[in-house]
Design a protein around this ligand. Sequence first.
Ligand code: NDP
Length: 248
Amino acid sequence: MIDLSSKVAVVTGGTRGIGLATVRALAEAGASVVLTGRDEAVAKEKAAAVAAEFDADVSGLALDVTDSKAVAGLIRGVAKERGRLDVVVANAGVLEDALIGMIRDDLVDRMLTTNVAGTIYTVQAAARAMMKHKTGAIVVLASIVGEKGSAGQTAYAASKAAVGNIARSTAKELGRYGIRVNGVAPGVIETSMTSHLGEEVLDKRAADTPLGRLGKADEVARVIRFLASDDASFVTGQIVGVDGGLVL
Ligand code: NDP
């Protein structure tokens, strides 16, 4: 069992899906976790539920990752208040499907601002807080489509390719401070992000997956937890596929 007791973690977009599953996985392993979401009441409610489930220290705070000052302030505040910051999971992300001929400027902006700029702001704030202690683990959420491309998802796939690159670039830059940066590249995971795809498309994706099914949020969360833990102490700059073999 991975032991994260005495570790302090922040998870962005922790109110549902993979983010919430990650909060649960970290809390289960003994970490103190700060869960963030755009709505403060929702973040607090979800945090209280996980705290009760695992008898763990889990708190909820409001954060929009597109606001660089808010990201910097929240992460700096957590590190100052707790005296340390061990793990940051840059999970918040959005998906808007649109064919290249149809995609609107506002949707391109939304995906690039949330998925790319939001991840950069989060990794930057984490790095600044972790540098002085010369230790820390950052995990970002890439995607299988960042590697393979995806018809109808050009902007999203481009944003996720960028996220993989953020992990590799910052791993090179931050290694000297003892900070590891890794990512996961999920395949199709059953969350609210994929529910709009409809039964027919999801059945086809499951059939195309060597393991013959879609993934569950907690299956991604357990890989994130490994990358966040000291068990991955010599792993950095890696994007780990969690896709049931769909990338093959
Ligand atoms: P969900 O849509 O279920 O959850 C997204 C989370 O991101 C929510 O908690 C939401 O919080 C938060 N969020 C969205 N925008 C912002 C913002 N501007 N600031 C802060 N938080 C925000 O998605 P998943 O759990 O499925 O996805 C999580 C991550 O995994 C994403 O980065 C996604 O791209 C990636 N991923 C998912 C895959 C899948 O198949 N599901 C496949 C590959 C990658 P709230 O609305 O409460 O603010």
